[in-house]
Design a protein around this ligand. Structure first.
Ligand SMILES: [Zn+2]
Ligand SMILES: [Zn+2]
Length: 289
């Protein structure tokens, strides 16, 4: 990419694409929407945010005042995704969120992050029956999925600086006409992933940490996952026929297993950010659709 477009020098970022597929992950597996390795003695996270609501709920859209159980969204072990910025002494990340809509927190879910040591949790009693919310919003409720972290290098999509976008758009078109490869389809990814660039579907909205630094992208959970094209796994493609060598589509048996099933508004995403410079690793989230 950089030999074709030298202006991209320095913009490459490593990312681990997660490829969620519906399945039955266990508490010792990395997953999206799977069960968490949770200490039995620790209270399950509840959301008591006043006014959180569920669209079209009757007789009232507002849920509460009884707190609502959060749901498991992400669990990642260092053995699967070592590139996460694990704080000292931890080797697993858990993300839960309240699936309801929170007007004061980006009009979407309210996530919570936990960094833990697998060994420490597993040495004690582990929660066997995880509480379920008495009310939830389907578009942010994931089905259990296995993940297959897959490394690649990507370049910015929506995060391409404005002057570069202007400068390079003609060149992108020329390269596509010449080679058949679109910059955005081959050099950028918009799917669930760790690191790399956020999978924005709208304009970037990076959060700043209280220390003044811009936070770093931790991971993206997106409604869409590739079902064809460059980023679709080869072993899930339909067997090739002589005239389909460049046409890669999903095998019918695979299609229904792709993704965690969350619509996230109009096929948007939730993006998590952290500040690894601050000792307690503050985090923030953004939502677009
Ligand atoms: Zn809530
Ligand atoms: Zn900070």
């Amino acid at each position: 990419m950089e030999s074709l477009i030298p202006e991209l020098a320095g913009l490459a970022r490593e990312t681990a694409l997660l490829y969620p597929r519906s399945g039955e992950p266990g508490v010792r597996d990395s997953s999206i929407g799977g069960p968490l390795l949770w200490p039995a003695g620790e209270p399950w996270p509840l959301c008591a945010e006043p006014g959180h609501w569920k669209p079209l709920r009757t007789p009232t859209e507002v849920v509460g005042p009884e707190p609502v159980a959060m749901v498991p969204v992400v669990q990642l072990y260092a053995r699967d995704v070592p590139e996460l910025p694990f704080p000292m002494g931890t080797d697993m990340l858990q993300v839960v969120w309240c699936t309801l809509i929170h007007d004061d927190h980006g009009d979407a879910v309210l996530p919570k992050l936990y960094w833990r040591s697998e060994q420490t949790v597993a040495a004690g009693a582990v929660l066997s029956c995880q509480p379920e919310p008495y009310e939830y919003e389907e578009e942010f409720m994931p089905r259990p999925c296995t993940v297959t972290p897959t490394r690649t290098v990507e370049y910015p999509n929506a995060d391409l600086p404005g002057d570069l976008t202007l400068k390079l758009s003609r060149r992108f078109e020329e390269i596509e006409a010449e080679t058949g490869f679109s910059y955005y389809e081959t050099a950028t990814t918009l799917q669930s992933k760790v690191g790399g660039y956020p999978s924005w579907v709208q304009e970037p909205q990076w959060p700043d940490c209280r220390c003044g630094r811009r936070m770093e992208h931790l991971l993206s959970i997106t409604a869409t996952e590739p079902v064809d094209g460059r980023w679709f796994p080869r072993d899930e493609q339909e067997p090739e026929t002589p005239d389909s060598s460049r046409c890669t589509t999903a095998d019918h048996a695979v299609v229904d297993t792709i993704g965690h099933g969350m619509d996230m508004g109009d096929l948007g995403g939730i993006y998590l950010f952290v500040c690894p410079e601050c000792p307690d690793m503050p985090y923030a989230h953004r939502y677009d659709c």
